[in-house]
Structures are given as C-alpha cells and as structure tokens.
Design a protein around this ligand. Structure first.
Ligand code: SF4
Ligand code: SF4
Length: 298
C-alpha cells in the first residue's frame, strides 16, 4: 500500500468521528473531563472563575474531577449517549500544566474503552515536552490555541508565562510561548496527530494579524483553524487584563475567517464549549440530572 494514501486514510478516520474536526462528525458526541485546574500561562481574556479551557466560554465553575471520578462520568455518559466517540481534556486550566491528572485520566479511559478517540486542548507551552507521553497514551486529536506569532502582539494578550521555573513577562514571555507553540505544532504534526488551531479574535489586538497567522499555520500543516470571537460580556465577569475590550462583530469574525480561509480550512461550527461539556455539539446533555441518576457500573 502506498504510505501516503495509508496516512490519508488514517487521517480520514480520525476526522470522521470527531464533531469538531468536521461537520460530518455531528452525529457523534464528545465529553470534556474537567481534571486540569492549573495553568502555566495567563491570558488576558481568561477569567478562571469560569470554565474556559482554551475555549473561553462563560458559564458556571465546573466541579473538578479526579481521574477516577472522570472515568466514572465517562462510563455513565457513554451508557446514556452511546454516540460519545471523543473524550477531550480541555481544562478548566491547561491539561499539560496538569500532566499527572491528564495522563492518568486518558490512560484510565483507554482501559475501559479502546475505541474512543482521545483529544487534548492546550496553549502549547508544554506540548513539545509532553508530546511523547500524549502519543503513548493514545492521543491523536490535538487543539492548540495560538492567538498570534508576533511577540509584540503576544505581550498584549499574555501578561505572564511560567516556563522553566521562571515567571516571564512582557515580550520575553510572549516570544517564549510562541516559540514553544510552533515547536509543539511542528512536532505534533510530524508525530501524526491531527491538529486544530484555535485563535481568539480580539479586535484591535490580533485581528489585523489573522491572515499571516493562518498562512504560517498552513505552512506547518495544521489541519483546521477555528477562529473564535472573544467573549467579553461584563455580565460574565471582568476579564483579567482586557477590561473594556469589545468583542468582534459578526462581520469582523466573517472577515477574519475569510482572510484565514485562503490558507487554512476553517471551522465555523464551534460552540465554545465548557471544560465539562457533554453530548453532541449544540445539544449538551444535563450533567446534573445524569449524575443524580443511577450509579455508574464500572
Ligand atoms: Fe486561561 Fe486557558 Fe489562557 Fe490558561 S491557557 S490562562 S486556562 S485561557
Ligand atoms: Fe469542539 Fe469548539 Fe466545543 Fe472544543 S469548544 S469541543 S472545538 S465545539
């Protein structure tokens, strides 16, 4: 068999069953397991009062789960929603800043269900260092949130980055994060992962940069690009360092997607899910009701 086509068919199989990597995956459901509280960077748009993962969606603070409790939840949900094909770890902090809990959860899930696809969402800072363990755990779907590849822009988005036991600030923080993100992106693609890149669109901060960012992502070989509007409704709390920052308009979002679309396939059906989302996209199931139903058989 031609190795190129073998790789293409492997990729097609990965795409087909993930509701976020293709619209065709909409009949499948995903579950996010909130096992990762800490983060190794600070984004100005992050308010840890809320579930944010890298996908900032205001909501109620999720109840953090231990890896054991996360597996229990998965087993229970899978029983009620058999279409659950994807298990993702996306927060509420950064999964790779919580490697023990993240890997323990992924490994435990693999033990109870070898068919399910494992997905991790990260800011990318620790990705290059942890890629091997992720591959070993069976993760083949990855989301990296990359908001820019220019440190002058980055320093307006990230007040600090914690790297190699040092808290970096300013331009140095942004440059370190960007370097590590691109290193991790390249390594993950080389390792055969299917990589989605999320970008939070922030008017006046990174909107004029989206086109060149997407070009670079395309050059690296990222699979799909998900441009998400900044959510900055004061009713949901004040954001760490972007007070008064407005959200993009629908037109601005469309324009950014159009510009990026010249070099990257665009995802336009993202629901900006919470770190503990469960069910098909746009049809989240009521976890509380489920948790109160009969106990899971593990
Ligand atoms: Fe918040 Fe995610 Fe940014 Fe960490 S990477 S600060 S959890 S938005
Ligand atoms: Fe998919 Fe977007 Fe939800 Fe992540 S936040 S699971 S990419 S729909």
């Amino acid at each position: 068999e031609n190795p190129l086509s073998a790789q293409a068919s492997k990729q097609a199989a990965l795409v087909a069953k993930h509701p976020c990597f293709s619209k065709a995956g909409h009949q499948y459901a995903r579950i996010h397991l909130p096992v990762a509280p800490a983060c190794n960077i600070q984004c100005n748009y992050c308010n840890r009062k809320f579930d944010c993962s890298n996908e900032t969606r205001p909501g109620v603070v999720s109840k953090l789960l231990s890896p054991a409790a996360a597996v229990k939840r998965f087993v229970k949900v899978k029983k009620h929603v058999p279409e659950t094909q994807v298990v993702g770890i996306a927060g509420p902090g950064d999964p790779l800043a919580n490697p023990k809990a993240t890997l323990a959860s992924l490994k435990a899930i693999e033990k109870v269900d070898t068919d399910v696809h494992l997905c991790v969402s990260t800011n990318g800072l620790a990705l290059a260092d942890q890629l091997e363990s992720l591959m070993e755990a069976g993760v083949r779907h990855l989301t990296i949130t990359i908001n820019c590849i220019d440190a002058d822009i980055g320093q307006r988005i990230y007040p600090w980055v914690y790297f190699n036991q040092r808290r970096l600030r300013g331009r140095e923080a942004a440059q370190t994060l960007i370097d590590r993100q691109l290193l991790g992106l390249e390594a993950a693609i080389k390792a055969g992962m299917l990589v989605k890149v999320n970008t939070v669109l922030i008017p006046g901060i990174n909107d004029f940069h989206i086109e060149s960012l997407a070009k670079e992502l395309g050059r690296y070989g990222a699979f799909i690009h998900n441009i998400m509007p900044l959510i900055s409704d004061p009713a949901h709390g004040t954001y760490f360092g972007l007070m008064g920052q407005r959200e993009p308009t629908k037109q601005e979002l469309n324009l950014a997607r159009e510009q990026a679309g010249q070099s990257m396939q665009q995802m336009t059906h993202c629901q900006q899910c919470r770190a503990d989302a469960v069910g098909k996209l746009g049809q989240d199931i009521d976890l509380a009701a489920l948790e109160n139903s009969e106990p899971a058989q593990v």
